[in-house]
Design a protein around this ligand. Structure first.
Ligand code: KIV
Length: 276
């Protein structure tokens, strides 16, 4: 543990439920590595999501589909170590990657168990509503907490054909509301609502007892989640409306690297103070 870090009360599923009941908003950010997890835990983020967005922002794929369960476990282990090295407060949730839970309930359970057993994370996240309700039930029944994910589900991007806002039409909105109830009924402890209208997210939030975590779903959700690379401005090209950029690390890192290159070329680095 970092010598300055004081262990804090670890965020649990019970704590998230209490936060909803008390009207306290839940903050969620993604992380994929040890160093970032340490910083986020120190900053007081409630939940760190090891998102399969690692497939995009870490590995450079166009979608979340290619990332494997072994790769997710690799990221998850690093993140858990980071949180443990700091205050150990943040809950760590791991995305189950595409095709690790869709084939059968048995395989989903085996993979969820594998993710939970290989490191001390707190929960897994699955995309889908009624179609995976049985799977959610099966996983939660053995004691593994599940976070749901509705609205825009990036693992289904080839079915949608675009990353546009979901459930603007009444029929899809009604289905989503029902899916949310089904996911809660199946045993999920929280549900991510991605890119849906604010009014619909508000309706889902007031209809459920479990917390809703929005991304591009308005302020009425019980919590918010964003991808860490997006809020840090690491990707210059990607700036959708729902992302708030808190820093421009792309420029800061590029400038730092340029300065380093120049210093090496000019032999101003290392100085005598930086040498032995
Ligand atoms: O993979 C991810 O990062 C996610 C969040 C954007 C919710 O699922």
């Amino acid at each position: 543990m970092n010598s300055n870090a004081q262990k804090a009360a670890h965020v649990t599923t019970r704590r998230l439920l209490d936060m909803k009941q008390n009207g306290e908003k839940i903050s969620v950010l993604t992380a994929y590595d040890y160093t970032m997890a340490r910083i986020l835990d120190r900053a007081g983020v409630d939940v760190i999501l090891v998102g399969d967005s690692a497939s995009n922002v870490f590995s450079g794929h166009n979608t979340t589909l290619p990332i494997t369960i072994e790769e997710m476990i690799y990221h998850a282990k690093a993140v858990v170590r980071g949180v443990q090295a700091e205050t150990s407060r943040a809950m760590v949730v791991i995305d189950m990657p595409f095709m690790s839970y869709q084939l059968s309930g048995e395989e989903a359970l085996r993979n969820a168990g594998k993710i939970m057993k290989e490191h001390e994370c707190d929960a897994v996240k699955l995309e889908g509503g009624r179609v995976i309700a049985e799977t959610i039930k099966r996983i939660t029944d053995v004691g593994i907490p599940v976070m749901g994910h509705l609205g825009l589900m990036p693992q289904s991007i080839y079915k949608y054909g675009s990353y546009k806002v979901r459930a603007r039409e009444e029929r899809e909105a009604e289905q989503l509301l029902e899916d949310a109830r089904i996911v809660e009924e199946a045993g999920a402890f929280a549900v991510v609502l991605e890119k849906i209208p604010t009014d619909l997210a508000a309706e889902v939030t007031s209809s459920l007892t479990i917390p809703t975590i929005g991304i591009g779903a308005g302020v009425e959700c019980d919590g918010q989640v964003l991808v860490i690379n997006d809020i840090l401005g690491l990707n210059r090209e990607f700036h959708p409306r729902f992302v708030r950029r808190y820093a421009d690390l792309n420029t800061i890192i590029e400038n730092a690297a340029r300065q380093y290159v120049q210093d090496v070329r000019e032999r101003s680095f290392p100085s005598s103070e930086e040498s032995y």
